[in-house]
Write a protein that binds this ligand. Structure first.
Ligand code: SAH
Ligand code: SF4
Ligand code: F3S
Length: 471
């Protein structure tokens, strides 16, 4: 694999925390077709958004490599510049157009927009950025080579926005960013209709992937040396096997965790409505299932939850948390919260703050409410002024910082198993994650620990990470 490949996919934005240039593991080299349509041409993909987008970019890279394209060292050198986009908040969309502005004037290149902004804005993108010639949503990535061929044989603009057919689960060749941890999408789209959210519009209706295909991919990954698998879906625990085996989500978790060579299985994002006790029981009884649940609550006020159409109350959510808290293994819980939803009162916001204390989260992704096109919340009255939203966000983040610091300080002296995935040269520290998904930086006398599972004793604690020594 050319070294340049390391930088052919860039991930930006705060929705994900992927380091940019990682060592590469590639399942594709044996099946690549150098004589195919893209021979000699190079591509570059920049990615915003959630892990599903990050994994989609891996699939797109695989599709292009399979057609003979090669990875470019940077955007400027590439013949094909692709931008995989997110439209979850207005700011994310603004970033897209300002980044596209920087790509203006690259006359000989094909510039394409993929992902959720592509799906949402469609042809509008050609109007706003006429130097873009390709717009393609996430359900149509298998058509990319044909769309590109069309451009190369004289077509001016091409669109792939079909949401009815979804073949991207079964992308033949997927290129992976990380040599130890791999994503598998098990469910696409979303059938919920949260009043603030664009995802049902940008990703379409919910479709689960047949369990056999998931397991074949998991086994292939294990054979290729991956030890950690992360199962992905916007509502991953709504999974329902469409094949005759009819596995439920928990059955699938157990079967993936039983694949030989797989030491860790994670899953994200769980919807509280579909979160049942069986998931906790599975984590309790299956060491390979990581002791971490990301369970977005969005608000601590039942009134706001109703306006958000989240389909659960504060009390129902807290009951699910009590199942997690009464598990035999300590299970780490993280969440997403939106502040400043239309009509959110001081009391509603206070309910969210007390929920932070009641749950004791190990991590919170918190966002200022952003009105989105085609969502019912966008036309709700009683919008909260921006400065007030920012004030609430700052209060929430400070409270959560204190909670995390206190929780992490309690871990001093304990030993965790860490999958090592990086090194801070300057600080002479290794870094990795525990099964509970905590970031642990540590010192070790060993020369190379990348990809190793190491026992680390925690010596110091900050709000966002732990510092330790190899035990
Ligand atoms: N499927 C996941 C969420 C996916 S989007 C779930 O149901 O929990 C990731 C997070 O972005 C959401 O959990 C929510 O907190 C936030 N988000 C979504 N739409 C938003 C909006 N319009 N404004 C602000 N934050 C939003
Ligand atoms: Fe959006 Fe709600 Fe679906 Fe999550 S469950 S993707 S927040 S509509
Ligand atoms: Fe963003 Fe689309 Fe993911 S809107 S959060 S990239 S599903």
């Amino acid at each position: 694999m050319p070294k340049a490949f390391d930088v052919a996919i860039e991930t930006v934005g705060n929705e994900v925390s992927q380091p940019l240039a990682r060592p590469l593991a590639d399942e594709s080299s044996a099946r690549r077709a150098p004589g195919a349509a893209g021979a000699g041409k190079s591509f570059y993909i920049e990615t915003f958004g959630c892990q599903m987008n990050v994994h989609d970019s891996e699939k797109v890279a695989g599709v292009l490599l399979g057609r003979g394209y090669r990875a470019a060292a940077n955007a400027v050198e590439a013949d094909l510049m692709l931008y995989n986009t997110c439209s979850i908040r207005e700011k994310a969309v603004q970033k897209v157009f300002s980044r596209l502005g920087e790509w203006r004037g690259q006359k000989r290149k094909i510039i394409g927009v993929l992902g959720c902004v592509a799906q949402q804005e469609g042809e509008e993108i050609f109007e706003r950025a006429p130097w873009v010639s390709l717009v393609c949503g996430s359900a149509s990535y298998r058509e990319l080579p044909e769309l590109i061929d069309e451009l190369e044989s004289g077509g001016r603009r091409v669109l792939g926005l079909d949401l009815d057919v979804d073949e991207t689960f079964e992308t033949e060749i997927t290129r992976r960013d990380n040599p130890h941890r791999a994503y598998i999408t098990i469910i696409e789209g979303c059938d919920y209709a949260c009043s603030y959210c664009v995802v049902p519009h940008t990703r379409g209706p919910e479709r689960s992937r047949p369990s056999d295909a998931v397991l074949v991919e998991a086994r292939r990954l294990a054979d290729a040396g991956y030890t950690e698998i992360q199962l992905l879906g916007q509502t991953v625990n709504s999974y329902r096997d469409p094949s005759p085996r009819q596995l439920g989500f928990v059955d699938l978790l157990r079967e993936v965790a039983a694949v030989e060579g797989i030491r860790r299985v994670r899953f994200t994002t769980s919807h509280p409505n579909d979160f049942d006790r069986q998931i906790v029981e599975a984590i309790d009884s299956t060491p390979a299932l990581c002791e971490h649940v990301h369970l977005p609550v969005q608000s601590g006020s039942t009134r706001v939850l109703r306006a958000m159409r989240r389909t659960y109350t504060r009390e129902e959510y807290l009951e699910k948390i009590s199942w997690i808290h009464s598990a035999r293994r300590p299970i780490s819980v993280t969440t997403d919260i939106i502040v400043g939803f239309p009509s959110e009162t001081e009391q509603d916001f206070a309910d969210t703050i007390t929920l932070l204390d009641a749950v004791g989260y190990d991590g919170v992704f918190s966002f200022i409410y952003s009105p989105r096109p085609n969502t019912t919340a966008a036309s709700m009255p009683d919008r909260i002024p921006e400065p007030e939203k920012s004030r609430r966000l700052a209060i929430l983040q400070e409270r959560q910082r204190q909670i995390q610091l206190a929780r992490n300080e309690k871990l001093i002296g304990q030993t965790f198993e860490v999958l090592v995935d990086g090194r801070h040269q300057a600080r002479a520290q290794w870094t990795g994650r525990s099964g509970s998904n905590r970031i642990i930086n540590f010192t070790s006398p060993c020369e190379n620990l990348l990809g190793e599972y190491v026992q680390v004793q925690v010596m110091r604690a900050g709000p966002h990470s732990l510092i330790g020594e190899q035990a």
